[in-house]
Write a protein that binds this ligand. Sequence first.
Ligand SMILES: Nc1ncnc2c1ncn2[C@@H]1O[C@H](COP(=O)(O)OP(=O)(O)O)[C@@H](O)[C@H]1O
Ligand SMILES: [Mg+2]
Length: 270
Amino acid sequence: MSETSEAPAEQRDAGEALLAVENLRKTFGGIVAVDDASFSVERGTITGLIGPNGAGKSTTFDCITGVYTPDAGTVTFDGEEITGRSPPAIADRGLVRTFQIAREFPEMTVLENVLLAPKDQLGESLWRSVAPIARREVVEQEEELVEQAWETLEFFEIDHLAREYAGTLSGGQRKLLELARALQTEPSMLLLDEPMAGVNPSLEKKLLERVHDLQERGYTFLIVEHDMDVIMNHCERVIVMHQGSVLAEGEPAAIKEDERVIEAYLGGEN
Ligand SMILES: Nc1ncnc2c1ncn2[C@@H]1O[C@H](COP(=O)(O)OP(=O)(O)O)[C@@H](O)[C@H]1O
Ligand SMILES: [Mg+2]
């Protein structure tokens, strides 16, 4: 990975909220998907976001990253309020997400998918900004993007698949590609929505190792994951959502013992 994709040193200071969600609310018709949810994620941590199906986790991600505009509440990232901004504007600030269902382009190669990521995440601004400058600079910028894409593919050990169509990848390889695409935008924080779903154990191990490598480089993670072992073994903090609200927040060991959390899960799908 190139040096430019490392989060700056000041972002490694722990103990400070990088992301803060306050009184977030999102409804769909009569359904309250997110109901007055508040939580924060400390800089440099791997934080888990868990909760039964339908708890509002994915919708929360959508509200944080601008896919949806919340009905109420605020999202503050890196000291700046980003509520209601567009996904490209938020990605530009350094906050990106992956989707529960990978969104790669199956008819394009793996390399092309990674190369397209900045364009598709940052919108047209990047291309507009290069338009007026000299052709030589455009070419240099493109070469740099290609080089960076290769480095990212190597980092995830999918460089041998660079020329394959993304549609031919296994579920786990698609998750790695999804992460590679997200990283190409040079974020400081990644929201991962069920990154291990459908991933075989060896790829899961690889994915988790990469997440820890990235944490060491200063990245911050918020991860929605159903596999409790993954949450308990890899997250420093856990936020539990239930029926759109935050039910509990704390260290994994304490969350595991929390009566309200156990009850929410035993209660099944609300
Ligand atoms: N686009 C939508 N339209 C209507 N209802 C939705 C939509 N997205 C999510 N919901 C509903 O909002 C609630 C929360 O969903 P979701 O955020 O996907 O939960 P989770 O990711 O925790 O499983 C569920 O009841 C779900 O059916
Ligand atoms: Mg979900």
